[in-house]
Design a protein around this ligand. Structure first.
Ligand SMILES: [Zn+2]
Ligand SMILES: [Zn+2]
Ligand SMILES: [Zn+2]
Length: 56
């Protein structure tokens, strides 16, 4: 079993009930699952800035 953290490279969020499975990896939210391709923010309540890190 993979660990339960988001597969988004810059995201440290733990997968919860909103987790999205994509390509065999778990992402904490749809934004992460789409690699923030459209600038979707991370839904984590911790102020995670992985969306910013994904795109310069
Ligand atoms: Zn995140
Ligand atoms: Zn994430
Ligand atoms: Zn992310």
């Amino acid at each position: 079993m993979p660990d339960t953290t988001c597969a988004c490279p810059h995201c440290k969020c733990v997968l919860g009930v909103e987790a999205v499975m994509k390509d065999g990896k778990g992402y904490c939210c749809q934004g992460c699952a789409e690699h923030h391709a459209h600038g979707e923010p991370c839904v984590a309540p911790t102020g995670c800035e992985c969306a910013k890190s994904a795109k310069g």
